[in-house]
Design a protein around this ligand. Structure first.
Ligand code: GLV
Length: 401
């Protein structure tokens, strides 16, 4: 019975049902309670930046070279000296274990099978050692300072021992963004564990019995297994918002973080050329032009629009990655044309986690890979290395800064 259900679910990810990431998004929406789906899907305040991250890709148009044969397209690139089969890295997404049993391991397994780097969020439900073991490819660890410096130092040491190859420090989370969908859906109440508070919101869980059964079989509400508070144990879910407010990362923190990690450091959350230069000065090895998928400060510019400014300000002194709004392979191509070395995608695969765990993430990666190949062929470009501004028209005002 279970095997039948599993087979059914995997088949439902194939064409013609699931052709693109938007289809995976709908599949996730069907399987998940509203509070979990909206946690993935939603952004901060009016969600302007969330929408604009995607719309910015529409403002860049292609200039293909036709009548060019590209029998094999080379998608390979390198980031931090590691060769990647395609210019895609899975971004840190918190709480994947709410979306699917052992969600972070499920995502890492699919990334590993595709040879793609998976980035594990500090705010994850699976132990970082188990996640590293689930992937056959390199894995990165994303760091928040929730729980304080000693707690972060312990996590850094665990991540090093478990074989994570880069540390991603997120710098845009001085407080949690105002995610209005989460408040309306009663996320706080549902996470409180208090029956009276939960009751008005619990119906949305009961209407998704398959998700609920899987969630309960996976142990129910997780703790943050990689935020181990000295003398207390793993951080409780309900404590995280307050902990974030007390744990802002500053440029000064980069000194001790780099010393403790002693490996490549990626700064994620760069919005301007000025901060990009600060990341270089802080000794980072790569940066991510990122506004946290529109989940933190609303009304910041979409990442694609600030990418030219960032690239112009740092030249080749640091590797530049971009996240935000990646839903198609053509989006990856556009980001590379504007100077990104590779992209990170969060929601695009998180919808896959929510829809079907490992199989859903594998499908997301496959969609983006086949999109990439088709786009390169239609552009008349034989490899991602050859992509550049000559393949696109860019709004002139993006280039002025
Ligand atoms: C965590 O980083 C989130 O955006 O929810």
């Amino acid at each position: 019975m279970f095997r039948f259900a599993q087979h059914d679910r995997i088949r439902s990810l194939e064409p013609p049902r699931v052709l693109n990431i938007e289809d995976l998004r709908r599949a996730a929406q069907r399987r998940l309670p509203r509070v979990v789906f909206d946690y993935i899907d939603g952004g901060a305040e009016d969600e302007w930046t969330l929408r604009e991250n995607s719309l910015a890709f529409e403002a860049v148009t292609f200039r293909p070279r036709c009548a060019v044969a590209t029998p094999a397209c080379d998608l390979r690139t390198t980031v931090l000296g590691t060769s990647l089969p395609m210019p895609l890295i899975l971004a840190p997404v918190g709480s994947c274990r709410l979306m699917y049993p052992r969600g972070e391991e499920a995502a890492a397994r699919a990334a590993g099978a595709a040879g793609i780097i998976y980035t594990l969020s500090t705010l994850s439900g699976c132990r970082l050692e188990d996640v590293a073991a689930a992937s056959k490819a390199p894995v990165w660890y994303q760091l928040y300072l929730v729980g304080g410096c000693d707690c972060a130092l312990a996590a850094i040491e665990r991540a090093r021992k478990a074989g994570f190859s880069a540390l991603v420090v997120t710098i845009d989370t001085a407080v949690a963004g105002m995610r209005e969908r989460d408040i309306r859906n009663g996320a706080k109440e549902l996470l409180s564990g208090k029956l009276g508070a939960m009751l008005p919101f619990v119906n949305q869980l009961l209407t998704k019995p398959r998700w609920l059964a899987a969630f309960l079989a996976d142990g129910g509400l997780m703790k943050f297994e990689n935020v181990v508070i000295p003398g207390k144990g793993p951080m409780l879910y309900a404590d995280v918002t307050a902990a974030l407010e007390q744990s802002v990362v500053t440029w000064d923190d980069l000194t001790w973080i780099r010393q403790a990690w002693n490996g490549p450091v990626v700064i994620k959350g760069i919005h301007t050329g000025d901060d990009a230069r600060r990341a270089v000065d802080a000794g980072a090895n790569a940066l991510v032009v990122s506004n946290h998928g529109g989940r933190q400060l609303d009304d910041v510019a979409p990442t694609l629009r600030v990418l030219p400014e960032v690239v112009a300000s740092v030249g080749d002194r640091i590797e530049v990655l971009l996240d935000g709004g990646i839903r198609r392979g053509s989006d990856i191509v556009k980001a590379l044309c504007l100077g990104a070395r590779a992209v990170m995608a969060g929601r695009a695969y998180a919808y896959g986690v929510g829809a079907a765990g490992t199989a859903g993430v594998a499908r997301a990666i496959d969609i983006l890979r086949t999109d990439l190949i088709r786009t390169l062929k239609l552009l008349g470009c034989a490899s991602v290395e050859k992509l550049g501004q000559s393949f696109v028209d860019i709004p002139q005002e993006w280039l002025r800064k």
